[in-house]
Design a binder for this molecule. Structure first.
Ligand code: PLP
Length: 449
């Protein structure tokens, strides 16, 4: 059975008692009470990791390192050595950029797509236009199109851009504007066929997937997907703000430059004035004191999610018990089925509204759980403000997916978006779409938009 009792689940979230209709979940999700309490419960043993001989430091270090194992297991990564923690998806993608920076050869290129969030476009733009030219290296970025009607990535165009000088393809797992989820297996095949000569002797392009909108609603198996890098943010996965993850293939993380330099990323006794040896993975990518409690709490968010959607008590939260693949897949299937049903309900309702245009795929089955739209005569900003007046939280703007808004010819490059999470109800969808219907019917001073 792919369902769970959403009302019972909502009891775990403080926001649910406020009457808020939280439908801006693609930006950030709400934290359940257990995670806030977990944070509090760690305080008596509050200590730094890898930097003390006290029992408190050993205890905190153990929890911190176990968090890496939970995250690795969640992604079916081979182990903690392939997990880097950082602040968010943006920092994870910048980590890839800076760690590969010295490897780009004159004449290389990076291929990305017009579906990307700016955090998977601007770093490549900056690298190609602003950083490498100063070192005399000329590297080009190329942007693959998408179909303006279906929102699907144009794989043929992508394939035509990838060649034997493409070091990296940087592609989203799901668009935060159109909801489209590119066929990552097809993208992978394109990267495998490029013939690019990597420093390790491989002949193929690397694949970086921006998983910010994909990881919260799908069971991700990095080995089955064959990705080289995957980035995501825990603040879209019920954890409090502050922790992002970069999965990287261990061989790559081992051979490429670290992103940040300093303490803890160096080997024990590994520093002399003449030479510095770096720490083993994953700590080579953990310079400086990390967000220790945030990482512990974030990994526990995954366990809590499994418990919350399980049909009977599962008891993973607060433990280090291994989460099997089947358990993770069942849990994420339930999350996906629930949020897909809400998205379908929203699509059905808004299609009935005169003057409202939904961007992206027709069917909820082809989208991340979000819908972006415009209402004729209304600026998206004014529309979002009107929704807020009716208690419905949406987001208006370009959602940092500026290229895709421009590709659709939207002027200004903006839309209004509703996005759903595991704790949303059919009632939330009806409140939101009802408010939209009311606004559209009243046509409140439309020109003023
Ligand atoms: N990529 C996508 C697809 C996103 O939706 C977002 C956030 O909305 C990001 C990247 C950036 O995430 P963060 O702000 O956590 O770095």
């Amino acid at each position: 059975m792919n369902t769970f009792d959403v009302q019972r689940l909502r009891w775990h979230f403080d926001f649910a008692r406020t009457g808020r209709v939280v439908t801006n979940n693609a930006a950030s999700t709400q934290p359940p009470r257990e995670l806030v309490e977990l944070y509090r419960s760690l305080i008596p043993w509050y200590e730094n990791v890898h930097r003390g001989q006290s029992a408190a430091s050993r205890y905190t270090t153990e929890l911190f390192e176990l968090a890496y194992d939970t995250i690795a297991g969640w992604l079916n990564a081979p182990g903690r050595g392939s997990i880097v923690t950082c602040r968010n998806t943006t920092e994870a993608i910048n980590t890839v950029m800076y760690s590969l920076l010295t490897e780009f050869r004159d004449g290389d290129n990076v291929v990305t797509t017009a579906l990307e969030h700016n955090s998977n476009f601007v770093p490549w733009y900056a690298m190609c236009r602003e950083i490498l030219p100063r070192f005399g290296r000329h590297v080009e970025y190329r942007v693959a199109r998408f179909d303006p009607v279906t929102g699907q990535l144009d794989l043929e165009h992508l394939a035509s851009l990838v060649d034997a000088r493409t070091k990296l393809v940087a592609c989203t797992g799901a668009s935060n504007f159109l909801g489209t989820r590119p066929d990552l297996a097809a993208v992978r095949r394109i990267t495998l066929a490029s013939g690019y000569r990597q420093p390790d002797g491989d002949h193929r392009s690397l694949l970086l997937v921006d998983g910010a909108q994909l990881v919260p609603t799908a069971a991700i198996d990095v080995r089955a997907l064959g990705v080289d890098y995957l980035a995501f943010s825990f603040h879209k996965l019920m954890a409090p703000f502050g922790v992002g993850v970069l999965y990287g293939r261990e061989e790559l993380l081992n051979t490429t430059r670290p992103f940040l330099y300093g303490g803890d990323m160096v080997a024990e006794q590994g520093v002399t004035a003449e030479h510095v040896r770096y720490n083993r993975l994953p700590w080579k990518y953990a310079a400086g004191t990390p967000n220790i409690l945030g990482v512990i709490v974030s990994a526990q968010a995954l366990r809590l999610l499994v418990d919350l959607v399980a049909p009977e008590p599962a008891g993973y939260f607060g433990t280090g018990r291994p989460l099997g693949r089947a358990t993770i897949e069942r849990a994420m299937d339930r999350v996906a089925a629930h949020t897909r049903a809400l998205t379908g309900r929203a699509l059905d309702a808004v299609r009935e509204i005169d003057g409202l245009k939904v961007f992206g795929p027709e069917s909820a089955a082809d989208r991340a759980p979000l819908i972006s739209f415009g209402l004729s005569g209304w600026s998206p900003m004014r529309l979002a403000e009107e929704l807020d007046r009716r208690g419905v939280e949406s987001r208006a703007g370009c959602h940092c997916a500026t290229l895709a808004h421009r590709a659709l010819g939207l002027d200004p490059p903006a839309s209004c978006r509703l996005s759903f999470a595991v704790y949303n109800t059919a009632g939330d969808v009806d409140r939101a779409t009802g408010a939209l219907r009311e606004i559209a019917a009243r046509r409140l001073s439309p020109a003023a938009g």
